[in-house]
Design a protein around this ligand. Structure first.
Ligand code: HEC
Ligand code: HEC
Ligand code: HEC
Length: 435
C-alpha cells in the first residue's frame, strides 16, 4: 500500500512535471543582500513578527530536537520520505542572512528559494501564500533579528526522482492556488480574521485535511480530517465525531489552554501547536475559534448537555467464548491500570479531566490517537515535567493494547469496532507513520 502509493505518486508527478516544467520550472535567482542590521527594523514590527511566527508554528519545523531555535534540522516525516526544516536564522552562509525581504516574501507566497529553486510543500506555502505582504514584512523583521546560527540541515531522505526539484513546478501547477486571503464582505471582521489565520499562517488544514496520492490537500475536503506524523487530526467540519459537539467557547478553551473538559487534551502534533499559540493574543484565538466553530456548524450559546454515558458493555457477547475472554482480560487490565484515573471516585489528584465517554479520541473513525495515548502517555499542554498520563508501551504487549483499545471503544463509544488494531499498535510503537 505504502509503496504503490509512492510509486503512483512519482509517476503522476513526473507526468505533471513534464507539463508544468516549461511554464514554471525556471525561476530567477534573487540577488543576495548584506545581512540587514538590527537597527534597520522597527521594534513594533519585530514584536508583531514574533506573534505571527508563533501562529505559523515556524519554530516547530525549523528547530531540531534539542537544537538552537530556527537553526533547522527538524526531520519532517512525510509519506514520501523525510524532509528537513532549513536554517532560517540570519546566518549568511547556512541560513537566510543574505535573503532580501522580497526573497522571503516569494518563498512564503510561491514556495521558491532565494536561488530560484522550488521548495517542497512540506513547507506549508500552499497556506502561507494567503499571508499579506505586511505580515510577511513583520515575519522577516522578526527572523532577521534572531541570533544567527551556523548549522547545515542534514540531507533529505527522498526517493528519486523527487530529489529533482523542477518536478515541483508540476505539483504547483496542479495544486498551488497562490494569492493573499480575500476577506468575505458578508462576514464579520472577527470571522474574516479567523479565516485569514486558520487558512493562512496557522495552516490548520495542513494536518486536518485529507491528502491525495501526491500529498496535496484533497479538493473540496478542507478540514475533513487528515493525518500528521501518524496521528489523526480529527475532522473540524460537520463530520466532527466529538460525542459532545464543539462550541466556540470550547474551541477557545482548547486552543488557549490545551484542554477542553468535554472533549480532549491536545496531544501529539497538536500539543506544540497549542504551546506556540500561547504567545498569541486572546482576540486572535477567539477569531480562530469563531471561524472553526462556523465550519463545524457549532450551536450558538452554551455547550449542550453531554450525552448520558452508555451502559457498561456486557463482558461476554454473542460473539463467542474467545471474544468473551478477550474482553474479560481487557476489563481486568483497565480495572488494574487505568480505573484509578479514569473512573469517578478514585483519588482526586489522579482524576483525568476528560471522562472517557466524552473523549474524542475514542469516538474517531480510526484508533490512531487512542493507541498513541495508551502507548506514549499524555503530556501536560505546557510540557511541564509531570505527564498527565504515563505511557504503557513497556508494561503492555501489542496484543494487550489492541484488546484494551477494542474494549474501550465498545465500553465508551457507540461507534463501530475498529479493524486491524494489532497492526496499528505495532506501527504506533515503531513510530512509523500511519499514512
Ligand atoms: C510543517 C513544517 C513547517 C512549518 C510549520 C514551517 N516550515 Fe518553513 N520549511 C519547512 C521545510 C521542510 C522547508 C524546506 C523545504 C525544502 O527544502 O524545499 C522549509 C523552508 C522554509 C524556507 C526556505 C528556506 C531555505 O533556505 O530555502 C523559509 C524562508 C521558511 N521555511 C520560513 C518559514 C516560516 C517563516 C514559517 C512560519 C511562518 C515556517 N517556515 C513554518 C517546513 C516548515
Ligand atoms: C501539525 C499538525 C496540526 C496542526 C497544524 C493543527 N492541528 Fe489540530 N490536531 C492535530 C492532531 C494530530 C490532533 C489530535 C490530537 C489528540 O488527539 O490529542 C488535533 C486536534 C485538534 C482538535 C481537537 C479535535 C477533536 O475533536 O478532538 C481541534 C479543535 C484542533 N486540533 C484545532 C486546530 C486548529 C484550529 C488549528 C489551527 C490553529 C490546528 N488544529 C492545527 C494536528 C494539527
Ligand atoms: C495517572 C492517571 C492515569 C492513568 C493511570 C491512565 N490514564 Fe489515561 N489519561 C489520563 C489523563 C490525565 C488523560 C488526559 C486527559 C483526559 O483525556 O482526561 C488521559 C487520557 C486518556 C485517553 C484519551 C486521550 C485523548 O487525548 O483523547 C485514553 C484513551 C486513555 N487515557 C486511556 C487510558 C488507559 C487505557 C489506561 C490504562 C492502561 C490509562 N488511560 C491510564 C490519566 C491517566
Amino acid at each position: 500500500m505504502r509503496v504503490s502509493h509512492i510509486a503512483g505518486g512519482v509517476l503522476l508527478a513526473a507526468a505533471a512535471g513534464a507539463a508544468g516544467f516549461a511554464v514554471l520550472a525556471w525561476q530567477p535567482e534573487i540577488e543576495p543582500v548584506e545581512p540587514p542590521a538590527r537597527a534597520a527594523f522597527d521594534q513594533a514590527e519585530i514584536a508583531e513578527g514574533a506573534k505571527l511566527a508563533a501562529l505559523g508554528n515556524c519554530l516547530q519545523c525549523h528547530t531540531a530536537p534539542g537544537g538552537k531555535p530556527f537553526a533547522g534540522g527538524y526531520p519532517l516525516e512525510t509519506p514520501f520520505g523525510t524532509i528537513h526544516g532549513t536554517n532560517i536564522t540570519p546566518d549568511p552562509e547556512t541560513g537566510i542572512g543574505t535573503w532580501s525581504a522580497e526573497a522571503f516574501r516569494r518563498a512564503m507566497a510561491e514556495g521558491v528559494g532565494r536561488s530560484g529553486e522550488h521548495l517542497y510543500p512540506g513547507f506549508p506555502y500552499d497556506h502561507f501564500t494567503r499571508v499579506t505582504d505586511r505580515d510577511n514584512r513583520a515575519l522577516y523583521a522578526y527572523l532577521m533579528t534572531r541570533e544567527p546560527v551556523r548549522a547545515e540541515a542534514p540531507p533529505n531522505r527522498l526517493p528519486l526522482p523527487l530529489t529533482f526539484r523542477p518536478l515541483l513546478a508540476g505539483w504547483k501547477l496542479l495544486f498551488l492556488e497562490a494569492g493573499e486571503y480575500r476577506p468575505d464582505p458578508e462576514r464579520s471582521d472577527e470571522w474574516n480574521r479567523g479565516a485569514y489565520l486558520a487558512e493562512g499562517l496557522a495552516h490548520c488544514g495542513a494536518c486536518h485535511t485529507p491528502r491525495n496520492a501526491l500529498g496535496a490537500r484533497e479538493a473540496g475536503r478542507e478540514f475533513a480530517g487528515g493525518f500528521s506524523e501518524g496521528w489523526y487530526a480529527p475532522a473540524l467540519d460537520r463530520d466532527s465525531a466529538a460525542p459532545v459537539p464543539w462550541t466556540r467557547d470550547a474551541l477557545f478553551d482548547y486552543l488557549r489552554t490545551g484542554v477542553s473538559e468535554d472533549h480532549a487534551v491536545a496531544s501529539g502534533p497538536m500539543a506544540p501547536v497549542v504551546r506556540n499559540l500561547s504567545d498569541v493574543p486572546d482576540a486572535d484565538i477567539r477569531a480562530i475559534a469563531t471561524y472553526v466553530a462556523d465550519r463545524m456548524g457549532a450551536p450558538d450559546g452554551p455547550a449542550p448537555a453531554p450525552p448520558a454515558p452508555p451502559p457498561p458493555a456486557p463482558v461476554a457477547r454473542a460473539g463467542g467464548e474467545e471474544r468473551g475472554q478477550e474482553q474479560g482480560r481487557a476489563a481486568a487490565i483497565y480495572a488494574g491500570a487505568c480505573a484509578t484515573c479514569h473512573e469517578p471516585g478514585g483519588p482526586l489528584q489522579f482524576q483525568a479531566p476528560v471522562a472517557l465517554d466524552r473523549a474524542t479520541s475514542l469516538a474517531q473513525p480510526n484508533p490512531s490517537n487512542a493507541i498513541r495515548a495508551i502507548l506514549h502517555g499524555v503530556e501536560t499542554p505546557d510540557a511541564a515535567a509531570q505527564p498527565l498520563m504515563p505511557g504503557f508501551a513497556n508494561a503492555l504487549t501489542d496484543a494487550q493494547v489492541a484488546e484494551l483499545t477494542a474494549w474501550l471503544r465498545t465500553r465508551f463509544s457507540g461507534g463501530p469496532a475498529w479493524d486491524d488494531l494489532e497492526a496499528e499498535v505495532a506501527e504506533a510503537r515503531s513510530g512509523r507513520s500511519a499514512e
